[in-house]
Ligand binder design. Sequence first.
Ligand code: FS2
Ligand code: SF4
Length: 541
Amino acid sequence: MFCFQCQETAGCTGCTKFGVCGKSPDLARMQDLLIYTTKGLSEVTTRLREEGKQVSSEVNHIVTINLFTTITNANFDDAIFYERVKETLNIKEQLLSLLDNKSNLSEAALYNANSNEDMDEKSTKVGVLATKDEDIRSLRELIIYGIKGLSAYMKHANALGYDDESINIFMQSTLSKMLNDSLTVDELIALTLETGKVGVDGMALLDSANTSTYGNPEITKVNIGVRNNPGILVSGHDLKDLELLLKQTEGTGIDVYTHSEMLPAHYYPAFKKYSHFAGNYGNAWWKQKEEFESFNGPILMTTNCIVPPKDSYKDRLYTTGATGFVGCTHIKGESEDNKDFSAIIEQAKKCQPPIEIETGEIIGGFAHNQVFALADQVVEAVKTGAIKKFFVMAGCDGRAKSRNYYTDFAKALPNDTVILTAGCAKYKYNKLNLGDINGIPRVLDAGQCNDSYSLALIALKLKEVFELQDINELPIAFNIAWYEQKAVIVLLSLLYLGVKNIHLGPTLPAFLSPNVAKVLVENFGIGGITNVEDDLKMFLG
Ligand code: FS2
Ligand code: SF4
């Protein structure tokens, strides 16, 4: 196996024996094969469109879910990958027969398998290292990881009935270009930025889906303690799954709690009407082993990040959507109104209430609409010097001890600075009680990682209010923590919006070759992190 798609990759170079995340070599090669066959399918759909033929949304959604299923910590069930590859090949064969011109199609577009053995054989030959040139490989993977992140956001928008054909067309045509050996480094760099542009479109689509369906996030205090009823814990990012579960648990005596990236659901008006929506339990994804144990009740994983579960709570862990884990019950249905959570609810009734691990409240809900409502207050604070600088500290959390840097950095920031956050990175500082500036909390949580879109809108709004030419003239620094591929699409989107001097940690991506890293440094001022003291001087200097 060879995988270097996430920040925790072994030795900062690549997982080759077993994934740090828990991905086995067999799972890794089947994920490689799924990406390969999805590229092949995408080449066929792209050519069909060139011939003026329609591609159904069902096919678009197969591409999206295939990509999402391979995101770090989403799916650990080998059988699902065999199924997805077979489904992809079947639909690809059908579409192939509709093509008038089949000449010069790639090997991936023409590949088919008759058995699992065929797939096993092929899967060892189509991984990342099949691209020999280090820089081409680096750019291809940077683009593919961006598109994987985008696929997750598309999936959530699709679940709420929102879609955008131009985004699907871009995703598929770009995937098919990843099979084209004649693309130059310059062409791939241009495609990387275009991926960022479409990333903005994807996040805008999801923002519109979320806010039209559930209302605009508003300032909310979320309880982090527990009640006395049995509970169900919901993690991941899929708001539609949460909505269905809240409806199905009404009046059952079961409380519903959020974990990790589901916390921001509390900020939406539509979920506030559920009196059994009790609060947030625990922290970021990587603390699952302790927190799922003490929660006592069933846990529903709607998306990544799954940590391979301990036997002690494995029978309480359920997956749905793109997620999966061998031995855990998978709730089928594509986030439409047909998902049946009764098995989870019945199990919850027999469980003890959660054990309290902390008490108090955390505050959030500072997405674009809420911050715009506070614009006068914020602008005044900047003009009077009460707020000297904003620090965008969005992104992901992770197990690495080096990530304590972000807690220390937040603590060390001067009192006239404000942290703008989104994603599970927030758990490194959202319980520090950093106080407020004239009533504006010093940590403003916009929501999930996809709500980084809100942070970009807030920056653009400030640029407009202060009548600046360039977003980089704003008193905003970017100190971003990344982990998996959704952070990659957020990064590419920020680059497309013209944001310079983004610092990325705790380590730079292993998939950036020295030459590609050099291009990012020279053109965008991208940098890593060092230590809190030196970085503070650099950011504040
Ligand atoms: Fe965190 Fe994991 Fe949000 Fe990532 S819970 S690292 O999926 O997308 O952020
Ligand atoms: Fe390693 Fe990350 Fe790939 Fe898992 S997803 S195998 S930890 S690089």
